[in-house]
Design a protein around this ligand. Structure first.
Ligand code: GLN
Length: 310
């Protein structure tokens, strides 16, 4: 049988150019500068071994993938009941930054992976940790990703400032939520923390370790330490299954069929329960804000590795 490194190399070589119809995100000006030809793919197994192929040294901002890590941390520190008192657990058929559902139904965001839900989550963390929030969150992210110390993770200042300067849409969402009473703290302070989390830089190896940690039920296979409870992993896996790729989540379930989460810098994180973590990076996005070549590579790997069990 072909070994895993050869399989990743073959998949990367085949998929990296399959970006037709996609373009790097441009609504955050700094993201539009990404090299559309970059492509990286990583896998981490439960022995803690990571395999990578392509431009695996490339760093990119977590963007919405940070919402998964923030959710893990929030459930672990605040508890499930508190987190889901102001955020739902249902998929959203609108874009990740849509304001429509909030106004039409209730001012409780549908899930923690759309922007409105993540902003509410970030306010809860900010309220709990105050000035220490960013340090505490980055410390948790470092452990989840298998980085050595919190100093090893960095915020990309250019992306952070670029998003903060141009985030009218997220501001609109947040002020709407504040007006409705779902948010009660300082909106700009909450948004500032949200932008920082979106701008944390990682590579696909980091994300594949994070995927393996969630997929194993909470144990980071690289460091051997338990990062979260099995119950937290179940919640996160369930939501990744139905909300991980925004309004393309159902199509992704058909094409790939494993719990995943995408971000607008072009990353996709996958946690294959009981098997492995996978991550891919390629900046050109489709209309839903998901990596075109990334989905293609994951669909191929899902078949080759029988990630659906069959
Ligand atoms: N920082 C981005 C935003 O808030 C994250 C969205 C995403 O990755 N889909 O718009």
């Amino acid at each position: 049988m072909e070994n895993i490194q050869d399989l990743l190399d073959r998949t990367a070589a085949f998929s990296r150019t399959k970006t037709e119809g996609g373009a790097p995100a441009s609504y955050i000006p700094e993201l539009a500068r990404a090299d559309p030809a970059l492509f990286s793919l990583s896998m981490t197994n439960f022995d803690g071994e990571t395999y990578s192929s392509g431009d695996s040294d490339s760093l990119f901002s977590m963007q919405s993938i940070s919402k998964v890590a923030a959710l893990c941390f929030a459930i672990e520190t605040l508890g499930r009941e508190r987190v889901f008192s102001k955020i739902g657990m249902e998929p959203c058929s609108e874009a990740f930054n849509s304001i429509m559902k909030l106004e039409m139904t209730s001012s409780i965001p549908l899930n923690p992976f759309i922007n409105a839900g993540a902003i509410v989550l970030v306010e809860m963390l900010n309220e709990r940790f105050q000035a220490l929030a960013i340090a505490e969150i980055m410390d948790f992210f470092s452990r989840l990703l298998g980085r050595q110390s919190r100093n090893a993770l960095h915020i990309n200042e250019g992306i952070y400032r670029s998003e903060k300067r141009t985030a009218d849409r997220n501001r609109a969402l947040a002020y709407f939520l504040h007006n409705a009473g779902t948010l009660s703290g300082d909106v700009e302070e909450t948004l500032d923390l949200y932008f920082k989390l979106c701008s944390i830089e990682v590579n696909t190896a980091d994300l594949s370790v994070m995927g393996a940690t969630i997929a194993s039920g909470g144990r980071n296979p690289a460091s051997g330490t338990t990062i979260m409870s099995l119950d937290t992993a179940y919640i996160v896996l369930g939501l990744m299954n139905v909300c991980g790729l925004y309004d393309q989540s159902a199509e992704f379930a058909v094409e790939v069929g494993v719990p995943a989460k995408s971000g607008v810098s072009g990353g996709i994180l996958c946690a294959v329960p009981g098997r492995m973590g996978l991550a891919v990076f390629s900046p050109p996005l489709n209309n839903s804000g998901n990596s075109v070549a990334g989905i293609r590579a994951l669909a191929d790997l899902s078949r080759e590795l029988k990630l659906r069990g069959i």
